[in-house]
Write a protein that binds this ligand. Sequence first.
Ligand SMILES: Cc1cc2nc3c(=O)[nH]c(=O)nc-3n(C[C@H](O)[C@H](O)[C@H](O)COP(=O)(O)OP(=O)(O)OC[C@H]3O[C@@H](n4cnc5c(N)ncnc54)[C@H](O)[C@@H]3O)c2cc1C
Length: 374
Amino acid sequence: MHKTYDTIIIGAGIAGATAAYTLTQQNQKVLVLDKNGIASGGSGAAGAFVSPKIGKGSALQTLTNEAFSFAKAFYLSTCPEYFHQTGVIRIPKDEADAGKFTEYEKFNDTKYENYTKEKLHSLGIEVDFDSFYFPDAGDCDAPHVCEYLLKDIEVMILDIVELIQEENIWSIVGRGDLSPTIKAKNIILATGFESNLADLRYMGIRGTWGTRGDFSSKLALNVSMHQSMSVGANIDGIIKLGATHEKEVKDVVPCSDAQALSLKEKASGLINTSDLELVETYCGMRAGSKDYFPLVGKVIDVPYMLETYPAIVRGAKPALEYIDNLYIFNGLGGRGFVFAPLMAKLLAEYMLEGTEIDKRVNPDRLFLKWCRKL
Ligand SMILES: Cc1cc2nc3c(=O)[nH]c(=O)nc-3n(C[C@H](O)[C@H](O)[C@H](O)COP(=O)(O)OP(=O)(O)OC[C@H]3O[C@@H](n4cnc5c(N)ncnc54)[C@H](O)[C@@H]3O)c2cc1C
């Protein structure tokens, strides 16, 4: 018997989970498929800080901080038990960075306080740079948030290898007998750094490898902080240390405790790490776009466009053709837990009400430029 859904979402990370939650709130019949289970990709490894972006008022900072305000309210109203609003301190990396903080200050568009080095020392933070404290920020318990959002939604473990569209209905081809019986009107690709189910080359999706170590500790640390790595507040005897920087890693590799322990070494420049004992190491890939903005919207039919309009590579600008009812939700970079709730709302409004997708996140922005480089 065929089972038909309004929407199948491929990927059960924070993108897939927020999209599924938001669409289900609108009475959509949704199925989520993931080859390894809920939060098994980058989302499970995330320190999952939800904090604003600092800087000189770039477009990305503005968008990030819109998303931050939305995300904070979303987690507090949806799953407050998994969002720890500990506040986050942003600490300059070095003397040069500390100089820039003065310029950044006028662009701090979310509630903040200046923390002097004396104040930091009183909190057990051993740095000598004045910093910004964002009291509304915090961090999520990443897998629990994804599980919570999906708790009333059908989720299946299936590795999808192909998508077939016939008469406006999608069939899913996975490894296993069940798959051809699953059908839907819409598909959302929320597959993180793996992006081989359609031609998405123009979006420039790429992975950055990261590691998180959860350490047991009795240290009285009530606030989270970010310098060039993240240090979570002590929640129930666990301090999370995390960072994602390794761009050259192309494939998922086994987690290494050595990486988590090197984070502990690095954290010793911030806090007293003497009683930290490694409990578990998590690692994963976060997926970013070419221009670091999220990718939310329809997918262009790349083979059709290149074949039908060969002059596109020399600068022609024909009207774009899309693959019907195929959507992308990706490119959340190092801020998946910040961006996902607002991006899920934009995507749901676009799919269900036809509201124009915000140009800043619409992947169309990247297509013609990519064609000209072919
Ligand atoms: C160490 C680390 C620390 C981080 N810290 C933070 C932080 O502090 N704050 C923050 O906001 N973000 C943070 N991030 C970034 C955040 O984790 C990502 O932005 C987020 O995970 C993106 O979510 P996603 O749902 O797009 O992708 P993912 O979580 O990677 O989910 C993609 C899912 O798709 C599935 N999939 C892929 N292909 C298929 C297929 N063919 N068939 C079926 N399933 C498939 C995968 O199994 C996976 O579960 C961090 C990331 C890492 C790695």
